[in-house]
Write a protein that binds this ligand. Sequence first.
Ligand SMILES: Cc1cc2nc3c(=O)[nH]c(=O)nc-3n(C[C@H](O)[C@H](O)[C@H](O)COP(=O)(O)OP(=O)(O)OC[C@H]3O[C@@H](n4cnc5c(N)ncnc54)[C@H](O)[C@@H]3O)c2cc1C
Length: 500
Amino acid sequence: MAAKRVVVIGSGFGGLAAAVRLQARGFEVHLCESLPDPGGRARTFHIGPYAFDGGPTVVTAPFLFEELFALAGKRMEDEVRLLPVDPFYKLFGPSGEELSYNGDPGFVLPQIERIHAPDGAGYLAFLEAARPLLQKGFIELGAEPFTRVSDMARVAPDLVRLRAYESVYTFVSHHIQHPFLRQCFTFHPLFIGGNPLKASSIYAMIHLIEQRWGVWYPQGGMRALVHALVSLFRDLGGAFHLSTPVEQILVEDGRVEGVIAGGHRIPADAVISNADAATTYLRLLPPSATPKKTRWRLERARYSMSLVVWYYGLATDRVPDALVHHNIVFGPRYAELIRDIFERKVIADDFSLYLHVPTRTDPSAAPPGKTAMYVLAPVPNLSARIDWDGEIERLQARVLQFIEERFWPGFRQFIEVQHRIDPFYFADDLNTYLGTGFSLEPRLTQSAWFRPHNRSGSIRGLYLVGAGTHPGAGIPGVLLSAKIAEKLVVRDLGEVTSHA
Ligand SMILES: Cc1cc2nc3c(=O)[nH]c(=O)nc-3n(C[C@H](O)[C@H](O)[C@H](O)COP(=O)(O)OP(=O)(O)OC[C@H]3O[C@@H](n4cnc5c(N)ncnc54)[C@H](O)[C@@H]3O)c2cc1C
């Protein structure tokens, strides 16, 4: 019997993983990517002699990638080398405080105790309290589909017992008192588009994922990982179509029939959309196919913030000693800055930053004698009414002045090339609703069953992977969404007639 055909829309990590999984299972997979290069948020910007990781820089839970290679009978370490990052992060407070952490409490505790002695015991208590969150939220439920209300009802008692209704900030504050240390152990939701003051305490598990499986960086940059997945998919026999935007998902009698991609009709038994969940329902499906209720929910959902990222190619390899690979610099306000970004939706005068300096782990991340780095600032999404260009330029001037004063005298004189992405990049190039960095905000009321499901409840044969669906943004989350989609497609597809 001819193989059943699956079209995957988008080559972010979620789409690539779903494509590899289903091709390895014997389906005939076509992966359509609208851009000329793969990876979505994890794509690479090549500017002059420099290559910049466009988005993610922190690899956690590497076993989720290893599984993909194992499905094809390969070993990941033969294809991509993951380098350990140590320390995981260095965090800088507004009053000169500093904390570097890794997976060794013996390294972290003395630093915590120097800042606020009682918080040493508090940190250990926080790790202990977060352990059941990791167990339940990631290990037990991370790869489970939440497509029926009964799936949610089943876990509700656990969520109550684990106090998942509390925010990450409240959860951490039960154990840690010092304001800077609270920032250090509550910023993680920002990495997946969440507001630490609102994101469910379940997301405190991110710190434990790092502790348990480490923080890694692919030698040669994120593109090494993206290209290894593309090769894996092609070697399995998958068809990868770059510069091929899916213009429409075709639906007949409530069932997916295929897609129109690059002007051509590709019939399919199933379609897996790795495009933003809101984009999928509001723009890629014919309006009559999306139920009004779904449309209403997506239009009123709470969306994550956006980002401005400036990429700098520097004519020096003399990076100041203070900077490590992953640097997080907190501004003078924490909670109020978060409210400016998520609620008041303004670009404030102050900022918090993430500085990515990959040459600290992988010297080959820049040409010899040079540095390739990026500076990231969270900003509101496009629902804000802002003079974007003017505000972002003024923000950049303040950020550069700050970098020179705090870390790197004369930084500007080393800049050889630069590039910027902003909310319009996410909206226009990546096709993301409201130009968010991470799709729907991860709140309890937008998680698990409350998030757009991995299998559409209204259109048979349509599946979703990626940041906007369950379990959510971040590389581990989107890889898990692909694992769930695979389970669902395999479970369902016997009922669908083959087009091949
Ligand atoms: C700056 C930044 C830094 C981050 N840092 C980290 C980090 O360090 N660690 C971490 O774990 N996570 C990080 N994240 C989050 C993580 O990168 C994302 O959640 C994840 O990569 C998103 O993957 P995805 O599967 O949702 O697909 P996406 O990366 O969103 O890709 C979707 C793809 O679909 C394509 N597409 C859209 N519409 C169509 C269409 N109609 N036809 C064809 N193709 C289409 C797009 O072009 C895109 O290639 C970061 C995100 C950003 C933005």
